[in-house]
Design a protein around this ligand. Structure first.
Ligand code: LLP
Length: 427
């Protein structure tokens, strides 16, 4: 169910009218629903419990890059979530939010020495290694620290995720992962290194996947690798299938999390029983968008209406620096009026105040608008705030989380002084 709905003509987050939030915290603001977050996390965790083996429970590692607010991370940590990180900064956020480092996996093609040291110091669960050069770097640092590095190789399974080319990662031509034909050789090399402990295997093929077929195809290829590795004497403890499930921004019909997880376990359980001698293997998921995407919106106010001979522009106070997805991926986000109105609708482009033609949030939307109206840009909980910038010296917006009747400020609006606090004049 949606936790953002109209009550007596007023769009609400759970039980709180968004207009009240705008009055109290100003606009623009990101607004999240706690219930939506919990529900989306439970869709993974509960289905895993239902279909996964008791002996090796799954681990749901929330992809921190999709939303790294401490309150969001803390809420998920309290449910038992692990975390998928891509930088030392994300690790520090997880720790500050009370996350368990033993449930952290570290992805990314360019881990720095500092990041690696920090992760080893905190004893994270696993590094997802993406190249041979990284493997050797890890081995060297782990050796100096006297602490072996637990690893998986991120496999590039060469399956087409059929999503936007910028967020497709599992094709041969993408920069991610170890090319499929080289994977066994990499494991053999890893086994020779004194400071590396081989733990699992990993892949992530892309994001905003509406169908689970590419994920299940990737799973087949991964299972095949686990078997082959097993014949060579490797006893992997986990198989990380990555994240990537999509959400409905418009009228797409993404596969339900529960159906995907169930189908995944049908394959895994069948293989374990019939080919893998019933040995346990932990399944790890790295979802981001499917947990937080539809649990958040961007609340904005119409500043000016600017009808022109060719187009009607509604200039709002949120911009591409606050929500970059439309400018970067041509992404479509639903725009809803905060107050339902029976007034005549016109077709509007919803644009921000930033000095770029690419600064738009929505094109050609039928809306009844007046200056000062509030609008909600929906499905903005994932890759919204985390991709925000200060372009045009615009302070990043406030974030609030609604819990039933209550509203919590979870990130104060930045002040302009914050933006130049680290700068200094020449002597
Ligand atoms: N694991 C790895 C290694 C990843 O690279 C990603 C996302 C995830 C997990 C989480 O994927 P999700 O479940 O959220 O699809 N900024 C883009 C999305 C970039 C995704 C990058 N990797 C957007 O706004 O659509």
């Amino acid at each position: 169910m949606s936790h953002f709905s109209y009550k007596n003509g007023a769009l609400c987050a759970e039980n709180v009218p968004l207009a009240d939030i705008a009055r109290q915290f100003g606009t623009p603001a990101y607004v999240y629903s706690k219930a939506a977050l919990l529900e989306n996390y439970a869709a993974y965790a509960d289905t895993c419990k239902l279909h996964g083996p008791e002996k090796s429970p799954a681990l749901v590692c929330f992809a921190v890059k999709s939303n790294s607010n401490l309150a969001v991370l803390n809420l998920l940590a309290r449910q038992g979530a692990g975390f998928d990180i891509v930088s030392g900064g994300e690790l520090q956020r997880v720790l500050a939010a009370g996350g368990d480092p033993k449930k952290v996996i570290f992805s990314g093609v360019g881990k720095t020495a500092d990041d690696i040291r920090l992760a080893l110091t905190h004893g994270i669960l696993c590094f997802n290694v993406e190249s041979e050069a990284e493997l050797h770097h890890l081995n060297e640092i782990a050796g100096k620290m006297g602490q072996p590095a637990p690893i998986s190789f991120r496999v590039n399974p060469d399956v087409d995720a059929k999503t936007h080319p910028y967020i497709s990662t599992g094709l041969q031509e993408n920069k991610f992962g170890i090319p499929f034909p080289d994977v066994l050789a990499c494991y053999r090399k890893a086994a020779m290194l004194p400071n590396i402990r081989v733990l699992g295997i990993d892949c992530h093929i892309g994001s905003q996947l509406l169908d689970d077929k590419p994920l299940l195809d990737a799973l087949d290829k991964m299972i095949d690798l686990v078997d082959r590795l097993n014949h060579e004497g490797y006893n992997l403890q986990h198989l990380d299938i990555g994240g990537g499930l999509g959400i409905a921004y418009n009228n797409e019909q993404p596969v339900k999390v529960q159906d995907y997880v169930q189908r995944l376990y049908a394959k895994v359980n069948h293989w374990r029983l019939h080919k893998y001698q019933g040995r346990p293997i932990k399944i790890i998921f790295e979802p981001g968008r499917s947990i937080v995407g539809n649990a958040g919106l961007l609340l904005t106010e119409v500043q000016y209406l600017k009808p022109t001979p060719t187009k009607n522009f509604a200039v709002v106070d949120a911009a591409m620096n606050d929500l970059m997805r439309p400018a970067l991926y041509d992404a479509w986000h639903r725009v809803q009026p905060v107050k339902e109105s029976g007034a005549r609708k016109l077709v509007w482009d919803v644009v921000g105040p930033v000095c770029e033609t690419g600064d738009w949030l929505a094109h050609d939307r039928e809306l009844a608008l007046s200056q000062g109206d509030l609008l909600a840009v929906m499905s903005a909980g994932a890759y919204g705030m985390t991709m925000a910038s200060n372009y045009n010296s615009r302070p990043r917006v406030a974030e609030v989380m609604v819990d039933g009747d209550r509203v919590h400020l979870i990130r104060k609006r930045e002040q302009v002084a914050d933006l130049f606090a680290l700068e200094s004049l020449l002597p």
